[in-house]
Design a binder for this molecule. Sequence first.
Ligand code: TMP
Ligand code: ASP
Length: 237
Amino acid sequence: MEILSKLYEGKAKEIFTTDDADQVVIRFKDAATAFDGKKKGTIQKKGIMNLKISALFFQLLEKEGIQTHYLATLNDRDMLARKLSIVPVEVVVRNTAAGSLAKRLGLEEGTSMSLPIVEFYYKDDDLGDPMINHYHIRARKMADDDTVKEMEENALAVNEILTRFLKERKIQLVDFKLEFGLYHGKVLLGDEISPDTCRFWDMESKKKMDKDRFRRDLGQVEEVYEEVLSRMEGSNK
Ligand code: TMP
Ligand code: ASP
């Protein structure tokens, strides 16, 4: 496999084309942003940790029957992945109120939801990723109905798999964001699954172990990313 040229540079990752038209290399950066890029910073070694964490999650999900873009880890920062045509709809699943849901519904952070909540956001930085529903997706032809149904079902399945896996490592999966894309007509899970895109709380102390430490200037950012990775790599206890 040979890297050809840079296809795209996002806030946290770069994407390169390869000599195989169906594959890309995704390079994980240390750059961190929040609030639609208004807050900028660096989290030391974040790229390395997020690649490892994402790869472990994608391998777990594949084993459980969820199809993802993940193919291989090439080095510290580079993931080989299937080249998706990304659906411009972010899927958020929430088990516990936090962040924008807590604000929108006037709930105290930590309030448990009686059922997982699925939300859709239009992936558009200039608009600040506004929340949308099935009608917007259909009217604006962002994805067809079958694709949306599959994204929703997969997101709930991912929630069950990750919740169970993390619980054994004493981590509460509060909420997370997924992105999907099309690959030769199939809907595959793409992007990353990491402390950048999830809220992880220590099950007992409720300590935040995710990007909220950066968003809210809580300190110990690198340390908690490292802690999530080591709990995932370690045994269950
Ligand atoms: P929110 O509470 O800010 O809406 O975030 C919900 C979840 O989605 C949280 O785990 C963080 C993740 N997320 C992203 O990965 N990217 C984003 O742009 C936003 C707004 C949230
Ligand atoms: N990832 C988004 C940004 O860069 C939002 C966030 O995670 O808070 O602004």
